[in-house]
Write a protein that binds this ligand. Structure first.
Ligand code: ATP
Length: 433
């Protein structure tokens, strides 16, 4: 079939990853009025992808990619375009990162495969979720959770520095994401305000894992200079090996400075001068920044990685003490898997998984489809639907609600954060540590 690899040999469909029926027979109650078999949403979709002229045309011209209907443009990166898309079955909005494979040199290909492999292991409310990877002969599509609230860089450039409370709420979420990443030995290496996205309800989503790396041991030495110079730690300018976690911590210090002051701590007209400023840690925190926040910045922006705050010290700092996360943010085990849906009897499933299983059934995705699906493989539309439904269920439980600051008078407009609805159960930030 042109434009995709969804193939249905005849109107009698048999099992494959995209099989349209399972082995059950159709009874009379499974028939449409005209006597034709009643199709599940999945069957209708795959049939139209194979037989409906308009759908096939859309697949050819890129208005559809796999199970996704492509809509407006979101933005462009060095090697990619990002478009808004909708899942044809679940109707969820997603961000479709489109890469032209013919334009990627070997280094860009390496970075891309790192991006994918890092994102495949990451499941955290403050990290953009990778739902699926769709590969076509000349293009690769990363289907990502959509963060519709813009990025931190634009927010500060357009609206100025964040208030103290909004800074706490934003920074606490970045910290929670970084603590989680480091706990599974993933180093981001490109933390910057442009890569901190917001959902429409103010939840932070750390994005862009193109420079990330997963290392066997957290403190293994790294040697590739990555990231954006204004956020780069001093050791990166010294042509030495460096450890990953302190490099992310330094970038968080620069981010924090940017959030609370609206300016960058290290600025210079030339790269040489910028390098000098950073190596000397030559910055000044304005006196009006609250004392506890100043102390945090100074604890982070230390030239020697050994003296620099560790993530746990940041979590325990005075400035963040009043921050409370919704209880459901605490990710003890990051992910439930498709495997658990297959292996467990319905009564053995967590409430969330049960919800996902019944939504999958409603769409026509049977246990047989799940078994045929290569488990945890992002390159499968079944995985895509599963991850989207799981995320939906987690959102219903409040996992995408931003934290609150105890005692804060809620003024969503002033804070630039709109999601204080439905926060009843909260736990202190330190629970995440
Ligand atoms: P580069 O790849 O050169 O570092 P970049 O990070 O801006 O650039 P992309 O990650 O491709 O490149 O992002 C392009 C644009 O799409 C950016 O404006 C970014 O904010 C937006 N974007 C990326 N991912 C998402 C997402 N999941 N939800 C919403 N917008 C996104």
């Amino acid at each position: 079939m042109p434009g995709s690899h969804y193939q249905v040999p005849s109107s009698k469909f048999h099992h494959s990853t995209y099989s349209l029926t399972d082995s059950s027979e159709n009874g009379p109650e499974d028939e449409e009025a005209d006597g034709s078999p009643r199709l599940t949403p999945l069957q209708k979709l795959t049939t139209s992808m194979c037989k409906d002229e308009n759908t096939i045309k859309e697949l050819i011209i890129g208005r559809r990619v796999g199970f996704y209907k492509v809509r407006g443009e979101i933005g462009c990166g060095t090697f990619s375009r990002v478009k808004l898309a909708f899942h044809a079955l679940t109707k969820d909005k997603v961000a479709l990162k489109i890469l032209d494979k013919t334009r990627l040199d070997s280094q860009a290909q390496r970075l891309l495969s790192r991006e994918i492999s890092s994102m495949e292991v990451l499941r955290h409310p403050n990290v953009v979720c990778l739902y699926e990877v769709v590969e076509m002969p000349s293009r690769l599509y990363l289907v990502l959770e959509y963060a519709g609230g813009g990025d931190l860089h634009n927010r500060i450039c357009n609206e100025g520095k964040l208030s103290d409370n909004a800074s706490k709420i934003t920074f606490a979420q970045i910290l929670s994401a970084i603590k989680y990443m480091h706990s599974i030995n993933v180093i981001h290496r490109d933390l910057k305000a442009e890569n901190v996205l917001f959902t429409s309800c103010g939840c932070v989503k750390v994005a862009d894992f193109g420079f990330s790396t997963q290392i066997p041991n957290r403190n293994d030495a790294l040697d590739t200079f990555c990231g954006s110079p204004p956020y780069a730690a001093p050791e990166l300018f010294k042509d030495e090996c460096y450890q990953g976690p302190p490099v992310d911590v330094w970038a968080m210090g620069v981010l924090l400075f940017f959030m609370v002051t609206g300016t960058m701590p290290f600025r210079a007209e030339t790269m040489g001068k910028l390098r000098r400023c950073i190596i000397d840690a030559a910055y000044t925190v304005p006196p009006w920044v609250p004392g506890p926040c100043q102390r945090l910045i100074k604890g982070i922006l230390k030239t020697s990685p050994a003296d620099r705050y560790a993530v746990d010290q940041m979590l325990g700092c005075d400035w963040l003490l009043p921050v409370e996360f919704p209880w459901s943010l605490v990710p003890s085990e990051p992910t439930s898997s498709l495997q658990s849906l297959i292996d467990s009897e319905p009564w053995g499933l967590e409430e969330e998984e049960e919800e996902v299983r019944s939504s999958l059934e409603e769409l026509g995705i049977t246990e047989e489809h799940l078994r045929n699906n290569q488990l945890k493989d992002s390159r499968s539309p079944i995985t895509g639907v599963y991850r989207i439904l799981l995320h939906q269920a987690q959102k219903r439980r409040g996992c995408d609600s931003p934290p609150v600051v105890r005692g804060m008078v809620r003024d969503p407009k002033r804070e630039g954060l709109r999601a204080y609805r439905g926060l009843r159960h909260t736990s202190k930030l330190c629970v995440l540590s």
